[in-house]
Design a binder for this molecule. Structure first.
Ligand SMILES: Cc1cc2nc3c(=O)[nH]c(=O)nc-3n(C[C@H](O)[C@H](O)[C@H](O)COP(=O)(O)O)c2cc1C
Ligand code: SF4
Ligand code: SF4
Length: 253
């Protein structure tokens, strides 16, 4: 088995790696931006595919990857996993339906609540203690799901018709255009000092450094990695200024 993931602030990476660690100590996981990703997926029979929910939908980069590599999915057994700040509806179901089109067999789905990654919006911001409790509950849920899987019972969260309706009417219908393609809306302010961090970490190579300052291109998948990492809080996307930056690894250490 192999794990494949997109993770902007580390939530999804953590959740997937915890699940895989319990299921099989030798299982490896790789980020979707790794150039060997498609090749590695094609070599394995069981794939754990994990990503953050965006507007009860799939980040465009994940959709793009699946479609560009449509031939590698036939006959694969795929477990879909999504992380979310509050509500996902059928976050796993969206990927499951797409993969089925390309011949994959969906073996289960898990939707895990984690701290919110949208650092330029006040909407889902919580005190650190509450976020740490959320992470603890997430870990507990994943451990329980993994123990069940070891007994051959795979949870099916987000895959049924009721979840589909909840995801569609709860969010996707109204926000569908947000995840329909890559966005050009990333904003970089004059506070940028040209350190290059954002450019180094972007999974889409969407930021270049030119004349000592960062410039956004037109292929942002809204993962929020750069926005949460910029030492000068110079990058925003949905909001106008940073409320609170978040990265899973720094948060729990
Ligand atoms: C653009 C964007 C849209 C999001 N939409 C949702 C959403 O619809 N529902 C939700 O519960 N969380 C939403 N979130 C929160 C993330 O899904 C959540 O924080 C996730 O755990 C981040 O995972 P990561 O650190 O692996 O990127 C959104 C985050 C971003 C950046
Ligand atoms: S991380 Fe921030 S300061 Fe550094 S280059 Fe990017 S935008 Fe500029
Ligand atoms: S530009 Fe920033 S938010 Fe957009 S894909 Fe790259 S790292 Fe993620």
């Amino acid at each position: 088995m192999i794990g494949l993931f997109l993770s902007g602030t580390g939530n999804t990476k953590h959740c997937l790696e915890l699940l895989l660690h319990i299921l099989d100590d030798n299982a490896v996981s790789i980020p979707i931006e790794n150039e060997q990703a498609a090749k590695l997926v094609s070599k394995h029979e069981i794939i754990f595919l994990a990503y953050p929910t965006q507007y009860s939908n799939i980040p465009y980069m994940v959709r793009d990857f699946i479609q560009r590599n449509s031939k590698i999915w036939a006959g694969k057994k795929v477990f879909c996993m999504t992380t979310m700040g509050l509500f996902s509806g059928d976050g796993t179901g969206c990927v499951a339906r797409l993969l089925k089109k390309y011949g994959a067999k969906i073996i289960g789905g898990l939707q895990v609540k984690m701290p919110d990654s949208i650092s330029d919006s006040k909407l889902l911001k919580h005190p650190k203690e509450k976020n740490l409790r959320t992470i603890k509950s997430a870990d507990k849920k994943i451990i329980e799901a993994a123990c069940q899987m070891k007994r051959g019972i795979f949870c099916q969260e987000g895959l049924g018709i009721f979840a589909h309706i909840a995801g569609l009417f709860g969010q996707r219908l109204w926000f569908y255009s947000k995840t329909k393609k890559y966005t050009k809306s990333l904003k970089i302010s004059d506070a940028c000092i040209g350190c290059g961090l954002c450019s180094d970490i972007c999974p889409m190579n969407n930021i270049i450094i030119e004349n000592g300052t960062a410039k956004a291109q037109e292929k942002c998948t809204m993962c929020y990695r750069c926005i949460n990492s910029c030492p000068k809080q110079a990058i925003t996307l949905l909001g106008r200024k940073i409320v609170k930056q978040y990265q899973f690894e720094n948060y729990i250490s």
